[in-house]
Write a protein that binds this ligand. Sequence first.
Ligand code: UD1
Length: 420
Amino acid sequence: MDKLIINGGTPLHGQIQASGAKNAVLPIMAATLLAEGIFHIHNVPDLRDVKTMAYLLRIIGAKVDYEHNTLTIDTSNCSFFEAPYELVKTMRASIYVLGPLLARFGEAKVSLPGGCAIGARPVDLHLKGLSKLGACVVLEKGYIQASANQMAGCTINLDVPSVGATGNLLMAAVLTTGETTISNAAREPDVVALAEFLVKMGARIEGIGTAVLKIKGAAKLNAVDFEIVPDRIEAGTFMIAAAITGGEVEITKCNPRHVDSLTAKLREAGVLVEEGKESITCKSTRQRPLPVNITTSEYPGFPTDLQAQWMALMCLAGGSSIITDTIFFDRFTHTAELRRLGAKIELNENTAFVGGVESLNGAPVMSTDLRASACLVLAGLAARGCTEVHRIYHLDRGYERIEAKLKKLGADISRQDGGL
Ligand code: UD1
């Protein structure tokens, strides 16, 4: 298993380009199943999750090619409507094929995702919504079996604005008869990107980017070309990398509006953030950041996907801060690893109390999930001495060429085969 070797302490300087958003491309790849034809998707990041979704589409019968960050997907010969356990267990986002398969072919069998490294993540809202649209949904032998002759428009009020449920139900609703309203819908840029992709395919959706989506069912959709939006979580991770190493980094080809909540918190911490039209520059102005509390919430609030990275920064703040995750209550496996580097963190349920220390010291640490891995890389970049980050296959799921990008900014980082 590969590991990253980081010799910390170098302030990062320079410019890097944000990649396309993982959380936008995955549902969009699934949405290609809604129409017959050839799609070209541009600005697709080279990630393990993208490869996993491509593999799943191939199992279903699509032809998928990937070259120079462009995916070509031909959905003309789909005939196997199943997402097997072996794939779903490695990537929860496989559940995104449920809505499109049901909408176009009237049947789908998708393994239940089950638990994962960030705790129990249910899919009840996906299933309730599909039942409301008229699908027959049965759980059998660990699989979701769904069928529908013709789904019909209805009103769905989500208990929580789930990103995944909003996406799945949106994809299921675009080919129904009548009108569907999804209220308390997620407003994340990734959901907006999916909705815009569906509109380009011929779907009629009102309220995009708001909590109420109105969908008028269409009889047929068409294959299209589309460009994936920049990854705000990757951009945010590099913004924090600049701050934690005391450097100055410009991130190009990103959307500053998508990281407003992080920008506000970085400014509170004393980091200089300058916004261009499609770029952001982060410059550290103090020896140590000021302590700043965060509470994660749905977009446009502070993203749970940046909570771990923020904690790395706060470990070195000149005072104590409080970090609360309201989206995933048990997303704190990184705290034990940060402590191995010398961080002072106390946990109480979904709240972490972080006492800032003057410095972290390199040590071997282990990744437990994607964003926890990013947090450990950031901490390693700032720590004195050598940090080894093990099990970085998590990182490869969601960060395109992370060590190449960090090296370009001056980091002393390399990948090694870690043996077992
Ligand atoms: C997506 C993102 C993930 C991000 C998360 C929250 C993708 C591929 N993944 O995950 O990176 O951390 O949004 O921004 O886009 N919930 C239910 N029932 C459901 C569905 C969700 O109770 O049926 C709850 C979850 O337990 C969680 C909350 O809703 O507490 C938000 O989860 P959700 O937005 O669905 O996350 P994902 O779509 O899985």
